[in-house]
Ligand binder design. Structure first.
Ligand code: 5GP
Ligand code: ZN
Length: 138
């Protein structure tokens, strides 16, 4: 098993081949397969082979390759409209604690991803203060 792998992780087991999957991509750094509970036909998952729970746990070179294959899958599948989704933490709807990017086709209002978008009115003073703080850290 690769160095950055967790023997109790379901996606690490899929990478290793201990759990079968409909594999789409298998490189040194990246693995992709069809989601077993699709939101629409063709829903795929693209994952770094490097085990980590959240986006911030994964090295940049592994992440950039993941994005490349999200694009390749969307293109090869000829999805006209689609969402790329990546959840971090249970509150943010993450169920499997190994970073994964969903490639989800959106064919109709009813299939694919359903999103709530509860917009709040920004307080400009707070926004300005936050902007200064965050900019200083980047
Ligand atoms: P999350 O909610 O963590 O972002 O999404 C986890 C995804 O993994 C779900 O869409 C779920 O259907 C998928 N999934 C969970 N277990 C398996 C599995 O054993 N095989 C495959 N192919 N997909 C899985
Ligand atoms: Zn894992």
């Amino acid at each position: 098993m690769a160095a950055h792998s967790d023997s109790s992780c379901i996606f690490c087991k899929i990478i290793k081949g201990d759990i079968p999957s409909f594999k789409l991509v298998d490189t040194d750094k990246t693995f992709a397969f069809l989601d077993i509970g699709p939101l629409a036909k063709g829903h795929a998952l693209v994952i770094p082979k490097y085990h980590g729970e959240k986006l911030t746990d994964i090295p940049d070179d592994h992440l950039s390759e993941v994005l490349k294959y999200c694009k390749a899958i969307a293109k090869a599948s000829e999805f006209k409209e689609y969402n790329i989704l990546q959840n971090n933490g249970a509150l943010a709807h993450q169920v499997v604690p190994h970073v994964h990017f969903h490639v989800i086709p959106k064919n109709t209002e009813e299939d694919g991803l359903q999103i709530g978008w509860p917009t709040q009115k920004a307080n400009m003073d707070e926004l300005k203060k936050y902007h200064e703080e965050l900019k200083g850290k980047l």
